[in-house]
Design a binder for this molecule. Sequence first.
Ligand code: PSU
Ligand code: MN
Length: 302
Amino acid sequence: MNQKHLSFSEPVAKALSQGKPVIALESTIISHGMPYPQNVETALNCERIARENGTEPATIAVIEGRLCAGLSPAQLEYLGKAGPSVVKASRRDLPVLIARKQTGATTVAATMIIAALAGIRVFATGGVGGVHRGAQTSMDISADLEELAKTSVAVVCAGVKSILDLGLTLEYLETRGVPVLGYQTDELPAFYTDKSGFPVDARMDSPQQIADVLRAQCEIGYPGGMLITNPIPAEFAMPADVINAAINKALQEADQQHVKGKAITPFLLDRVVQLTGGDSLNSNIQLVYNNVALAARIAAAL
Ligand code: PSU
Ligand code: MN
């Protein structure tokens, strides 16, 4: 690994040099995952929650061609305000952004790469990309899953959103050798709801147990990440029928409008927020906070 294109914010550099716990946070969730100004407010609150739980947050993005671990409040504001006009940067976009000195908001895959370069092992987000419904013909499988297979960063998320095919996503993760842990659950959470009907590989009951699994993975020495799924707190979960109706309508619209490629996930996220009259946005924000707190406790336990 080569840190030539990497830049650290001062607080992140300091925390890493002192051996303090640091967690990564992604930035596509800010630019493409939520509307302004709630996106900036959420990003700032995530950083505060990480610090309250004893961890330094490193929000990750590409800024004018630099791979940045740790952003200033002004940079967060910029990404939030610019929204989808910023490049949604996954693994394959990094070389172009670097060479052209452009700015991009990093997906789970690209954030994992930069976190690994920076020496950060734990990363919190809302939802990861996965195998899309209809992938049998579209072949739309998120690069996030490939990254989980090869880059040694543990990703804390609220499970898999049912805009995706949950069963196929789990099959893919199994094939690629990615452990899928459930925090205080035996069942894969489904993002807006705490249950999906699909089992996780192993239930974990404390941050320390998760840290032990991570350490074991490190000690074996083969590369690869891990998915830590953390159910949305019950008081913020959406009624399953309401959220499923919105998702099905959004999927139908995406199909009618021929939305494809990297545009589809942001399209579906945006339509689900609109179709639920904003209710799903609050659930989304709350589950991200819950994930940041768990990631911080895992990083502290490491
Ligand atoms: N799922 C969400 N919110 C998000 C994303 C996914 O609930 O913001 C974003 C993440 O950045 C994720 C990316 O890495 O979408 C996946 O995009 P794609 O499906 O194009 O790989
Ligand atoms: Mn895709």
